[in-house]
Design a protein around this ligand. Structure first.
Ligand SMILES: Nc1ncnc2c1ncn2[C@@H]1O[C@H](COP(=O)(O)OP(=O)(O)OP(=O)(O)O)[C@@H](O)[C@H]1O
Ligand SMILES: [Mg+2]
Length: 277
């Protein structure tokens, strides 16, 4: 026989599931008002996802688009540092909503980093908690009217990527960053298969760090192999590392450099793919 205690527990679970459904509905509704939503993904770490996400977001903002940038890398959030806002503290407005940080005009940023009590504390969370954190960053942040929403993902294809894919059902798609070597093809394959399994469109591939060390062409090859758009290639440039470390958006500080022009080209190609040009 079912005990009173079990009935009560069952009711609590049902209530929680209903609440979750409501939150998901609210997020989906909010997201549906943003014209373009992208997730920046790669098959492995350190290929330059955050660098690409930040510089694309800044380039779009400089063009006058209203951009939201969500750092969904819970274990290694680098977006705030790259934009020089790692010490910014979050505030809550009169509607009890979290106010995103605006490092430059037209760009709103949120990262789990900003909610940590201490900058150097590691986050040790399992899947459900990470899902909850991403849910909150989507639901409880006053994003306002946006033209673009860019989500910087942690390396690989784990919990966070699944959460974002699920919580933003009408995502325009996934932007995949790869390095130029032959072996990068394998990494691209993982990211592409992941996107296809989740039935998410691949908006295109960006090759990053091309040059003498890693070579050229891996991104284009991957795009051809999988029949997805090739958005362009960003050269290796030591100034990119310095800007990232010093928290200055590269495309603003070195707007005349070859790499900044390459970012501009990637953005123009992306706008074409998204039907904006
Ligand atoms: N085109 C480039 N030229 C030179 N250095 C670069 C370039 N792109 C990225 N970097 C540097 O490579 C390092 C890794 O970049 P980044 O943090 O953007 O990679 P990531 O894919 O986001 O890493 P993770 O998987 O850890 O999130 C950083 O120090 C960054 O400054
Ligand atoms: Mg990163």
């Amino acid at each position: 026989m079912v005990t009173q205690e079990e009935i009560k527990k069952g009711e609590e679970i049902r209530k929680r599931l209903l609440q979750t459904k409501e939150v998901e509905k609210r997020i989906a509704e909010k997201m549906s008002k943003i014209k373009h939503k992208l997730m920046v993904l790669s098959g492995k770490g350190g290929v330059g996802k955050t660098t690409v996400a930040v510089n694309l977001a800044v380039t779009l903002a400089l063009k006058g688009h209203k951009v939201g940038l969500l750092d969904a890398d819970i274990h290694g959030p680098n977006v705030p540092k790259m934009l020089g806002v790692q010490h910014a503290k979050l505030e809550v407005n009169e509607k009890n909503m979290i106010v995103p940080i605006e490092p430059i005009k037209n760009l709103k940023v949120i990262s789990i980093q900003m909610a940590l009590p201490q900058d150097d504390l590691p986050v040790i969370w399992r899947g459900p908690l990470k899902h909850k954190a991403i849910q909150q960053l989507l639901d409880e942040v006053e994003w306002g009217d946006l033209d673009f929403f860019i989500v910087d993902m942690p390396p690989g294809t784990g919990d966070e990527s699944l959460s974002v894919a699920q919580l933003i059902p009408d995502l325009d798609g996934v932007l995949i960053v790869v390095t130029p070597q032959e072996v990068a093809l394998l990494d691209a394959t993982k990211a592409i298969n992941f996107s296809r399994q989740l039935q998410k469109n691949v908006v295109g591939i960006v090759e990053n760090m091309s040059g003498e060390i890693f070579g050229h062409g891996g991104g284009k090859k991957a795009a051809e192999r999988y029949n997805v758009a090739y958005l362009g290639s960003i050269p290796m440039d030591a100034k990119i590392v310095r800007c990232g470390d010093e928290g200055e958006p590269f495309v603003m500080k070195y707007s005349d450099s070859e790499a900044a022009k390459a970012f501009e080209e990637v953005v123009n190609n992306l706008l074409k793919v998204l039907g904006e040009k």
